[in-house]
Design a protein around this ligand. Sequence first.
Ligand SMILES: Cc1cc2nc3c(=O)[nH]c(=O)nc-3n(C[C@H](O)[C@H](O)[C@H](O)COP(=O)(O)OP(=O)(O)OC[C@H]3O[C@@H](n4cnc5c(N)ncnc54)[C@H](O)[C@@H]3O)c2cc1C
Length: 337
Amino acid sequence: MKDISDFNLKHHNTFGIDVKCRRFIEFDSVDELLQVVNSLTDVDKPILVLGGGSNMLFTSDFNGTVLHSAIKGHVAVKTDEGIMLRCGSGEIWDDIVSLCVSNRMYGAENLSLIPGEVGATAVQNIGAYGAEVKDLIIKVEAVDLQTGKLCEFTNEDCEYAYRKSKFKGEWRNRFVITYVTYKLSDEFCPCIEYGNIRSELDKRNIVTPTAEQLRNVIIDIRNAKLPDPKVEGNAGSFFMNPVVPKSKYEELVAQYGNIPHYTVDNGLEKIPAGWMIEQCGWKGKSLGKAGVHSRQALVLVNRGGAEGRDVVALCEAVKHDVKDKFGINIMPEVNII
Ligand SMILES: Cc1cc2nc3c(=O)[nH]c(=O)nc-3n(C[C@H](O)[C@H](O)[C@H](O)COP(=O)(O)OP(=O)(O)OC[C@H]3O[C@@H](n4cnc5c(N)ncnc54)[C@H](O)[C@@H]3O)c2cc1C
């Protein structure tokens, strides 16, 4: 276990914001976590659970205790319903996807290369290329910071929706996730009709991809489109794609012609926030030391030495212009601390 005072978090958030926390505790097991949780007092508060920091924006030093899971390991059990893979919350998510693909456990390929750790997948309901982790999650194990007790949640308990869960809402900052169990399949059913997956496969003359080929295509698309946080600090998509009533979408089509959209259901349409940001002229632009990425307008980046408040100022300016032009409020996906 690590227990360090006055700890620098610059290498624990992918925006690369240079901030500190008063105390940083990293635990390797559920027993260690239980000991820690039951020894915390009011002096240690507030508490923040941090994964890989790839969806966090720190706006100042954190004057409290950061808890980080280093619980590792995974166990796969084959059942009549599928392969149940129980993973420690401190495992790197993409290592798990890679492990699945190499061991004929299918269903996670489209979520390849999403940064971060297993614990956060259950909080964030990560998603990409037509897949969401909520469709794989069977069970979430956690320790309750209020009672110091172990608890378990089913998928339904977590109330998953687009980039949302009860852990992000009513249960915010209450539970420390220790293990997540995913249900995978031994049958590979590729999901390739989303974004440019199909055209990338065509370029490689692949008609029916293997899981490895699909994973590689997803990795290549992501690497071509998204900035590497090691080179330019960022937290992936900064904003959520807004879901609007069909009537609002039709109003926008009348004004702007055929705009990109995904039909959520008969009454609702999802509009790509990145497209709207681009239409507002922000793509590639900077405000102080923060900027909008030049290849993907949904991503805000640290141009070098930015503070959290520089990114927040840019976020507000972008939100204002999108509201002004399209009448739509876009909301940050990133956790602003
Ligand atoms: C380049 C880039 C690309 C990205 N692409 C995508 C994408 O395609 N799709 C997508 O959905 N996301 C994407 N993201 C966002 C990010 O990868 C996910 O949100 C990821 O799940 C965050 O994981 P993390 O471990 O870094 O969590 P953190 O950012 O550290 O934390 C995120 C939230 O989870 C909570 N949390 C973390 N661990 C635990 C735990 N053990 N117990 C309880 N709560 C916990 C935190 O308190 C916080 O509320 C991207 C980010 C980057 C930098």
